[in-house]
Design a protein around this ligand. Structure first.
Ligand SMILES: [Zn+2]
Ligand SMILES: [Zn+2]
Length: 341
């Protein structure tokens, strides 16, 4: 081997080592150039102004039926995103028959959070590359970034380098249709229907637009965004203390049960999304259980108590609730040190 090929081999080995070191580097947030997503920023401003007008009209001009309809649309779109796009399509925590898939697809289109395929890709990346630069709503970059800032700037280069399998969703003709004709179906489901229906009870179309479209959209959007921001910041970590997601009841209440986020990141295949909370704090679970009763939802996956207990003991932060003295979760050490007289 001549000197130049030896040099080449050495160069190669060096590059390989550098590559390897690069791969092993933890993906901590790095400073980055802010490249504005103008379309999202403009829509963001327009709908927020519309929502403020919606609040005014809700109290001064809207009929009671319109107020009720706004609330119902808020719940329907929350179900569309949390039960449909999140639990059914992103995580495959259960399976659904055609009528239920059609309802969830309609509700989620009404929610205007982009197509199921686009949403699920972001969300699968969030779980797979949690708390790194490839996590699209990386909570380590702070509240504003994880809440909505991530949507207003172009994706981090690290996100573009990583891939996540989406072939299962792309095989579904319904989802492909929604993805390929997104702006047409959005116009009908998000704008036309919610603006037209209130005119049937004599509401002004403009009032319906500001309340049933702008206001309910912005409220539902912020509730869902809180899962990426607040539910990664302020709360307990009974299942895994090594990641940002936390348990927060207020977010659960606002977003169909999705505030039990430490549990969800520990067990993303569980359709219940939580160990506790009951139906009142988890209407998403209530909805799926009802659908299962009528046979539209099936193959519901959940995690057995023993597995939860093992995880709590292995990686929890010690805040897992204990109901009292004979709770098997009460650590032996605490039990032995307690005073019994
Ligand atoms: Zn999360
Ligand atoms: Zn998830």
């Amino acid at each position: 081997m001549n000197q130049s090929s030896i040099n080449n081999v050495e160069e190669h080995a060096k590059t390989d080592n550098n590559e390897k070191e690069k791969k092993d580097e933890p993906l901590l947030p790095h400073p980055r150039k802010w490249d504005i997503e103008w379309r999202n920023l403009i829509l963001f401003i327009i709908f927020h102004i519309g929502a403020v007008r919606g609040v005014y009209l809700l109290f001064t001009a809207a009929k009671w039926q319109t107020c009720l309809f706004t609330l119902l649309l808020y719940i329907a779109t929350s179900i569309g995103i949390t039960v449909g796009v999140h639990r059914l399509w992103s995580h495959k925590t259960f399976q659904a028959r055609l009528p239920l898939r059609l309802i969830l697809l309609f509700f989620s289109t009404m929610a205007f959070q982009f197509s199921v395929v686009a949403w699920s890709r972001l969300h699968r990346m969030h779980h797979k590359y949690l708390d790194t630069d490839a996590d699209p709503y990386n909570a380590r970059r702070g509240f504003i970034y994880s809440h909505f800032g991530w949507m207003l700037i172009k994706k981090h280069p690290e996100y573009k380098l990583r891939i996540v399998d989406m072939s299962d969703l792309l095989q579904d003709p319904l989802l492909r249709f929604q993805n390929n004709h997104y702006w047409e179906v959005l116009f009908i489901a998000f704008f036309l229907i919610p603006t037209y229906i209130p005119t049937l009870w004599g509401e002004q179309a403009s009032t319906a637009f500001y309340t049933c479209v702008c206001l309910r959209y912005i409220c539902a959007l912020h509730a869902i965004w809180l899962i990426n921001s607040a539910a990664h910041m302020w709360g307990t970590k009974p299942y895994d203390k090594n990641m940002t997601p936390v348990e927060t009841r207020i977010v659960a209440l606002l977003a169909a049960g999705e505030g039990f986020h430490n549990y969800h990141h520990a067990f993303p295949w569980d359709y219940r999304i939580a160990e506790f909370g009951g139906y009142s704090l988890n209407i998403g679970k209530l909805f799926i259980d009802i659908m299962a009763k009528i046979g539209w939802a099936y193959n519901l996956k959940s995690v057995p108590d023993e597995l939860i207990e093992k995880r709590v003991k292995r990686t929890g932060d010690g805040t897992h609730p204990i109901w009292g003295w004979d709770d098997p979760d009460l650590p032996l050490e605490d039990r032995n040190m307690s005073i019994v007289k």
